[in-house]
Design a protein around this ligand. Structure first.
Ligand code: KIV
Length: 316
């Protein structure tokens, strides 16, 4: 029996009612999902930040529903205990209710238990259709990266009093449409607190202060996988880039010095090699001395004292 939190359990997690804050983190593949899950998070978001943190794009507009399905399935194959939320990318729900439901369903079939989409009142119609298809929807307000051109870049939102009041109305519209939780990104803490007080579903902040009903961070930000300076709202819990590149550096030194692999890391043949191997190796080394071997092994000449896997292949 899985301990995975259910959508109704998540929906009921309001801090003002005594609940513990929700913890969500992004993951984009099976290994990161396993790490996130072992850390004990409540929810894993297969976010469209995939575009920037894993695929090297400048913004999130470049990922497609096929990319998101591919990565949601990879996360789901890790069989996490956490609830998996699949992010609907740009243009997967902007073209109408039918497309929105079909694309949301493809994330569910890939292994998500819920989907997330960006925007307020103008998304109510598609949220209504997705919820009507029995698919739980998480909302996302404030800085919505899919609207980066319309917003004029990645900027803190709802700084004026009017914008703050409008944001509260957007959040109420999402709650009314059936969203079970709402992400609040890059808004002043007081505005996030006001939204959190105004709705009965949990708010999950990222750059929205400590008064929300939960927090979400991007996996690589939290673990310091990118050497660039992170945004103000990120706390790094590990210096992942330094740690991991340092480990790769040790491997490089060990290979170049001959310290890796050792006998412990080698499949050892206990019996002495038969004499005919030596003549085979000699034939192999003659062939490998040619500019490029037929097998593309890349050796420009076999080492005389050892039988390389390539020389075995050449004479098989
Ligand atoms: O795609 C993502 O990672 C997100 C989070 C920043 C909430 O939407």
């Amino acid at each position: 029996m899985s301990d995975r939190p259910t959508v109704p359990q998540i929906r009921a997690r309001k801090v003002r009612d005594g609940a513990e804050p929700l913890v969500m983190i992004t993951a984009h593949d099976a290994p990161t999902a396993r790490i996130a899950d072992a850390g004990g998070v409540d929810m894993i978001l297969v976010g469209d930040s995939l575009a920037m943190v894993a695929l090297g794009y400048e913004d999130t507009l470049q990922v497609t529903i096929d990319d998101m399905v591919h990565h949601t399935a990879a996360v789901a194959r890790a069989r996490p205990e956490a609830l998996v939320v699949g992010d609907l990318p740009w243009m997967s729900y902007h073209t109408g209710r039918h497309d929105a439901v079909r694309n949301a369903a493809s994330l569910i079939r890939a292994g998500a238990q819920a989907v997330k989409l960006e925007g307020g009142a103008k998304r109510v119609s598609v949220i209504d259709a997705i919820v009507d298809a029995e698919i739980p929807v998480m909302g996302h307000l404030g800085l919505t990266p899919q609207s980066m051109h319309a917003l004029g870049g990645f900027r803190v939102q709802a700084k004026s009093s009017d914008a703050a009041m409008a944001l509260v109305e957007e959040a109420k519209a999402l709650e009314h449409a059936g969203c079970f939780a709402i992400v609040l990104e890059a808004i002043p803490d007081v505005v996030a607190n006001l939204v959190t007080e105004s709705v009965n579903v949990p708010t999950i902040g990222i750059g929205a202060g400590s008064g929300t009903d939960g927090q979400v961070l991007v996996f690589g930000d939290l673990l310091g996988l990118d050497p660039a300076r992170p945004p103000k709202f990120v706390r790094r819990y590990a210096q992942g880039f330094e740690l991991l590149s340092g480990a790769v550096g040790e491997y490089v030194v060990d290979v170049r010095s001959g310290a890796f692999p050792s006998e412990a890391e080698t499949y050892m043949r206990r019996r002495p090699p038969p004499t005919r191997w030596r003549s085979t190796a000699a034939v192999g080394s003659r062939r490998l001395a040619a500019p490029a071997s037929r097998w593309g092994c890349g050796y420009r000449g076999a080492r005389p004292s050892r039988l390389s896997p390539c020389s075995v292949m050449l004479t098989r």
